[in-house]
Each structure stands twice: as C-alpha cells, then as structure tokens.
Ligand binder design. Structure first.
Ligand SMILES: Cc1ncc(COP(=O)(O)O)c(C=O)c1O
Length: 383
C-alpha cells in the first residue's frame, strides 16, 4: 500500500499539563496519594442555580440544536454582564456563545488570520494559543516577557520583533503567571495595534479572579479587539464547555458561518444553565476568597522551601516559580516531585518553550488543606 499522508500541522506538541494530570491520575489509581496543583480548574461544582437551571431544562426541553451564535437570552445576559461589571454598553448582536474559550480561539483565529500570518504572544503564556495557531498554519511569535513587563507584552517588546505581525494575543490575568495589564498598558497596546493594523485578541477568562486589583476589559479601550471569555474559571464550569466572544462588527458574519459549519451550535444544555450563572456572584466570590487564602499560603510557604523567585500573582490561580536553583529540566523535576512527594505541578516548558526549563507552575485552585500539605511536602523534599 502506498504511504498515506500525515499533514505537517498534525505535529502539534501535547498540552503537557494534561499529560501530568494523566500521570497523577495513574498514581492515584494505583493507590498513591496525589495533591493536584497541576491543573487549572476549580475544585468546586458549578453554582447551585446553574445546576437547577440545567435540571429544569432537561425536564422541559428536547435539548436540540440552537442558533450557531447561541440562544438570544444568553447573548443578552452576557451583554448585560458588560454593563453590570464594566459599565460598558454592548449590543448583544456582537456576542457569540462558544464551546469554551477554546472554541472561541479556533473560530476567531480562523476568521482573523490567514495561513502564513504571524501572531505575537507573551512567553510564558497559555500553550494552546501557539498550538492552535500552528494547527491552522499561522506562525506564533513569542515575545520574551520577563519581570520588567510583569511577564506581559509591551510596545517595546513588539518593536523588537523582526518581520510583519498580523495579530497580538494578550491575557490579563495571565496563565501561568497571574500577572495583569492595567488600563494604561492595555490602551498603549491597543493603540500600537490599531496604528499598525494588528488584530488584538484579549483573553479575559480569569476576569473576576484577582487579588486587590480589578481587571480591565480590552473592550473599554477599543472596539476593534476580539474579546474572549468563558464560564470555566470564575463561574467554576470547566466541564460545561461554555464560553463567549464579543467581536468587532467585521468578524460577526464570518464567525457565524464558520460556527454553523464547525459546531452547528454551542452545547445547548450548558447555554440554558449558563444564563443563571450571572446571578451567582456570591457563590463565585466565595470561591475567589478561597483562592485568595490558598495564594497566601503558597506565597508564604514556597519561599521557605527555597522557591522565592515568584511571579507577582495578581490574579487567576497560579504561581509561576523559578526553580533554576534546583534544576534546568522542569519536566524531569516535575516527574520526580510527583513520584517522591505526590505533589503534581506543571513544568514551565508547557508555557515557555525557550526558558521554561527552569520554571514551574503551581495551581492553587484546589482546597486550602491541599495547599498547606503540598507546601509542607515540597519544603521537606527540597531541604
Ligand atoms: C488563559 C486560558 N485561556 C483559555 C483557557 C481554556 O478554557 P476553556 O476552554 O475551558 O474556556 C484556559 C484554560 O486553562 C486558560 O488558562
């Protein structure tokens, strides 16, 4: 038989955190204990009213397809969220409901960029950005962001890029560092992009999870950006696979056509349930209060274990630690830590292919008792 072709773009690197999670689960399945500081997902269920709304939809609806852009009541509720939280008037006609923010990345990258385009993003950053871009033939251009810019992109870093740029992806709060862009910084980036015809994509998935700072939406500084958000993190709904975008007018119809063809519609049950999420702020804020306690535990304890070079965790639920004192192979370090202490965390190479071999990400989305115990074990192990 003649050799069958495998497309070049199928050579996408794995999302390493998912592989760490698999190793951690295997350890658990064979009777070992694991403290899960690897995966970035809340350990809590969806808010109670969301679950009740899902139950009542199951009882009364056939759960068929919906419009590709999402059910109107949810799109309106999302638009209202921008009025309530940011004081911004958003027309629900610009809102697209998606299959998690992951679905939003695929749709927006496909309509905003052509194969061969180049899109800048901060290193370290969320690995799926670069992997999705690669899968659709777009070249990710890593900006070596460090402490000088709080691990965020800046016009100065963009100026150092040689060759053309067609897009810039920002995330505030960011994964894995938790750092945030303030309004003035976002505005400078938006102006930089607008002057050069660079499409700005703002991943706002960690909005609502911040410690003493308030996140600014890129929507408050420009109407030209792709705004992406999700029910996964603040609303504690990772498995419901529900997210949304607010799009500039020129991208609405192309996204609608693509969504019809790729997905038909976002998950219907989750859409009905998601409408209720916006009225559950007390429950969601109680989760954020727990993250704040967890963050305080790790910020206090990790330096005692010798991990004192930590990114300023302004928001999200991650601490990005420099482990260069102990290793220059974060993946091996991570495997050894899991095997010898039962603490699962994520190696920095997942987030920064060039410099991540001396960094680790600890997620503090879990239970406070787990953070205390994990910090104790790491301290004993590194001693
Ligand atoms: C920065 C960032 N964006 C997007 C996602 C994807 O989230 P979802 O597809 O569940 O909305 C994640 C998940 O960890 C993330 O950290």
């Amino acid at each position: 038989m003649a050799a069958l072709k495998v497309a070049r773009r199928s050579a996408i690197p794995p999302f390493i955190v998912m592989e760490v999670m698999r190793a951690a689960n295997a350890r658990q399945a064979s009777g070992g204990d694991v403290l899960h500081l690897e995966v970035g997902q809340p350990s809590t269920a969806a808010p109670r009213a969301v679950i009740a709304a899902a139950q009542s939809a199951l009882a009364s609806d056939v759960i068929g397809y919906t419009e590709a852009l999402g059910i109107p009541v949810l799109r309106q509720r999302i638009a209202q969220h921008y009025r309530d939280v940011y004081g911004l008037a958003v027309d629900s006609a610009r809102v697209v409901v998606t299959t998690g923010s992951s679905g939003a990345f695929l749709l927006s990258f496909l309509v905003a960029f052509d194969a061969g385009d180049r899109v800048a993003l901060a290193d370290p950053g969320y690995p799926a950005y670069r992997n999705i871009l690669r899968a659709i033939g777009v070249e990710p251009v890593g900006l070596p962001a460090g402490t000088a810019t709080r691990f965020q992109p800046s016009p100065e870093l963009l100026d150092q890029v040689t060759g053309p740029l067609h897009g810039l992806i920002v995330a505030s709060p960011a994964n894995p560092t938790g750092t945030m862009l303030d309004r003035a910084e976002l505005m400078r980036l938006a102006e930089y992009c607008s002057r050069r015809g660079i499409r700005l994509v703002s991943d706002e998935i960690y909005h609502g999870i911040a410690y003493g700072k308030t996140a600014t939406s890129a929507l408050s500084v420009t109407n030209d950006a792709v705004i992406i958000n999700s029910f996964s993190k603040y609303f504690s709904m990772t498995g419901w696979r529900l997210g949304w975008m607010v799009l500039p007018a020129d991208l609405m119809r192309p996204v609608e056509c693509l969504a019809q063809n790729l997905f038909i519609s976002p998950p219907t049950l989750s859409q009905y349930a998601g409408v209720a999420a916006f009225d559950c702020r007390d429950e969601c804020d109680a989760n954020v209060a727990r993250y704040a306690r967890n963050r305080a535990v790790l910020l206090d304890e990790l330096p005692k274990a010798g991990l004192s070079d930590l990114a300023p965790a302004d928001g999200a639920f991650y601490i990005y630690a420099n482990v260069g004192r102990f290793t220059n192979d974060s993946e091996a370090f991570c495997k050894r830590m899991l095997a010898e202490t039962g603490v699962a965390a994520t190696p920095g190479i997942d987030f920064d292919p060039n410099r991540g071999h001396t960094s680790m990400r600890f997620s503090f989305a879990g239970a406070t008792a787990d953070m205390i115990e994990a910090a104790r074990r790491i301290r004993v192990w590194l001693r």
